[in-house]
Design a protein around this ligand. Structure first.
Ligand SMILES: Cc1cc2nc3c(=O)[nH]c(=O)nc-3n(C[C@H](O)[C@H](O)[C@H](O)COP(=O)(O)O)c2cc1C
Length: 651
């Protein structure tokens, strides 16, 4: 059905078996010395096995002394790294796919303390996102950096890697050279477009000299979207077309079209507010301008979106997050198992965890919907020793559904009792605010899994000791979720005009032209406010913490605030709700210790959730019952899915 996706296509002298590219994705999986880890190998090989014709590694540093991205960043600047890449290449080749290593230097977006105290960049301009000291490179430094790229390519060729990607996107060093936003040089490496791309020309010439026709891909941001944050300069599509033609004339084998830099990160790896296909025009325009293959990404999640992209002229469909979320996307499409695809919901937990990753907290890049992502080395293969033993799961939210899915895959027979008439639990609330419809994909995925494994899902059925006993279960899992908290310490929250987010999100209470106060600016509070605003209400959002959206990942906060603020919502951080009486909410302004009173038609209290209590009889009858997800502790979707996965693995 999607024939084009599975056509072969050459890049230079190598042939990719299909048009699916696992784009580079920083992950914090390498060994501390920069060498390839078993975690890396299993991670990339899984993507090849699942049907990505081309697998690209994360950013690999061409200079581990001046250009590391983090403490567990792949490096390419020493021959001792070659055997690791060889193993990785062999693993990817075993599934008929190609491996490309992405060569990079972070430039001014690097962490200075990791890299000798000052980051090299074309003009010494600091990144306004991370503010690290940076210096303008001398000509000697530029020449040495060119040589580092070339030497790295030589090593990759020796390792049997199929080619290299020169990373000139996302505001890193090569991007800084080609971008008018960061390159203010007046020598041969700055000014005109030709001058700005000179460093790439020299790298390509160097690689050609040392490695012959070894495949080279240039990945670059066709648009840095600086105008979106009110700034001038930077890459725009018109210049990108010129550059693409130059890259082609230098003998580059393919282009990989991306967008953005750190300051415009939401246009590079997009939060949920961006729809599939929104930047297809960038790839399409570049593809029309050159005669070499063009890879491009654009929040591609569905086979229809991917096929459309190819029809519009790009040669390869790229995605990092989709193939992180489901490495088997390609095989599923090819085998007509489209409904089984687990789509990326653009929640950016991957980027949030990557940025938080360090040795002390043990965090590394992780996916909300795919617990195995990055953990293949420890979690796969699943043992299939369920032997049809029954597992009773209480609750069909994401935790319970994931338990059932994995248990079924292991050969257990799950039975789910769900008191409502639908599966998905709170996913059915999370998908209601504007731009959150991607969450519905997750519900659909679990529905498909329930059907695939023939899982016995008993809707409209609250579990009783008798119902559970009738199944004679090997194990009982408690995944009954959580409910909103209305703190008793705050007087007046028992009035009819006091609502919780589910009242709004389920549509049980539909408001219009009302003055509504939302108390609590966690993601649920903010998104409920957004929905209410969209429905035509006037919103004031209160938060006790110093800032709106405490603890939220900044990319998601920027995304939702970008819609909420222009709609007129007023924000009151540092305000604690004291009481409500006769539609009047009384707050304490924590900054100046004064009291503020305001009248509202409705007050939505979004102060978190508390685990639902399991019946005492059930708990007594099944003392080894395991509680997971919100039933154990309120958390995000990843917490629920991980709880479900691990409970099923532990059966
Ligand atoms: C956690 C994370 C890490 C990334 N790391 C890299 C990287 O190392 N090199 C790179 O070129 N792009 C990187 N990207 C960008 C992706 O390759 C891709 O362009 C972006 O995620 C948008 O496409 P997608 O939504 O299909 O994943 C990263 C993106 C994310 C979310």
């Amino acid at each position: 059905m999607y024939e084009k996706l599975f056509e072969q296509k050459a890049i230079g002298g190598v042939v990719a078996p299909n048009r699916l590219v696992f784009e580079p994705m920083g992950n914090y999986y390498a060994e501390l010395d920069g060498s390839v880890s078993q975690r890396d190998i299993d991670f990339y090989v899984e993507r090849a096995k699942g049907g990505c014709g081309i697998v690209m590694t994360e950013v690999a540093s061409i200079n581990s002394k001046t250009g590391r991205g983090n403490a567990r960043n792949l490096c390419t600047d020493d021959d001792r790294f070659i055997p690791g890449y060889k193993k990785m290449a062999d693993g990817v080749h075993a599934y008929g796919s190609l491996l490309f290593v992405e060569l990079y230097h972070p430039g001014c977006q690097g962490i200075a303390p990791l890299n000798g105290g000052s980051m090299a960049s074309p003009s010494g301009q600091e990144s306004e996102l991370i503010h690290m000291p940076s210096h303008a490179m001398t000509l000697e430094e530029i020449h040495a950096t060119v040589q580092d790229f070339v030497d790295s390519a030589v090593r990759m060729q020796k390792a049997g890697v199929d080619g290299v990607v020169l990373h000139a996107a996302h505001g890193y060093l090569l991007c800084e050279f080609i971008s008018s936003y960061t390159n203010h040089r007046t020598d041969a490496y700055g000014g005109s477009i030709e001058n700005r791309v000179r460093i790439i020309k020299e790298i390509v010439e160097g690689i050609r000299k040392e490695c012959g026709d070894y495949p080279i891909i240039v990945r670059f941001s066709a648009d840095e979207y600086m105008r979106e944050i009110g700034k001038d300069g930077g890459m725009v599509l018109e210049d990108a077309v010129e550059m693409a033609k130059l890259f082609e004339s230098y003998g580059v084998d393919a282009l990989d079209v991306s967008a953005g830099n750190y300051e415009t990160m939401n246009w590079a790896w997009e939060p949920t507010g961006f729809d599939e296909g929104w930047k297809m025009h960038n790839g399409e325009t570049i593809a029309k301008a050159v005669n070499i293959p063009v890879i491009a990404c654009s929040v591609i999640r569905t086979p229809q979106g991917a096929e459309e992209f190819l029809k519009r002229g790009v040669d390869f469909v790229g995605s990092a997050r989709q193939f992180f979320a489901d490495p088997y996307w390609g095989n599923k499409v090819k085998e007509d198992r489209e409904k089984e695809i687990r789509k990326c919901i653009s929640c950016l937990n991957c980027m949030e965890t990557l940025m938080a990753a360090d040795e002390e907290n043990g965090i590394r890049c992780q996916c909300t919907v795919n617990v195995e992502g990055g953990e293949e080395c420890d979690l796969l293969p699943l043992s299939k020793d369920g032997n049809n033993r029954k597992v009773v799961i209480l609750g069909a939210g994401p935790a319970g559904l994931e338990t059932a899915r994995v248990a079924a895959e292991r050969g257990f027979q799950p039975v789910i009792f769900e008191k409502s008439d639908v599966i998905g639990g709170q996913l059915n609330l999370a998908n209601k605010p504007p731009k959150k419809d991607k969450i519905t994909w997750l519900i659909d995925y679990y529905q498909a899994m329930m059907e695939k494994y023939g899982i016995d899902v008993r809707l409209n059925t609250e579990a009783t000791p008798g119902l559970i006993a009738a199944e004679n279960p090997y194990k009982v899992i408690n995944a009954i979720g959580s409910s909103p908290v209305l703190p008793r310490a705050i007087p007046g929250l028992d009035q009819a005009y006091i609502l919780t987010p589910p009242d709004v999100l389920t549509g049980a209470c539909q408001l219009r032209d009302k003055k509504v106060c939302v108390v609590g600016s966690g993601m649920t509070g903010i998104e409920t406010a957004e929905l209410l605003q969209e429905q035509g209400n006037t919103i004031e959002l209160y938060e006790m913490a110093d800032e709106i959206g405490p603890g939220l990942f900044f990319q998601n906060l920027i995304d939702v605030m970008g819609r909420l603020a222009p709609g007129g919502c007023k924000f009151f951080p540092k305000h604690q709700l004291l009481s409500v009486e006769e539609h009047a909410a009384k707050f304490k302004n924590l900054e100046n210790d004064t009291e503020v009173v305001a009248n509202y038609d409705y007050i939505v209290v979004s102060l978190g959730t508390r685990s639902n209590a399991i019946s005492e009889e059930i708990a007594a009858a099944y003392p080894d019952m395991v509680s997971i997800g919100d039933a154990a502790k309120s958390g995000r979707i990843r917490h629920a899915i991980e709880g479900g996965y691990r409970a099923a693995v532990a059966l």
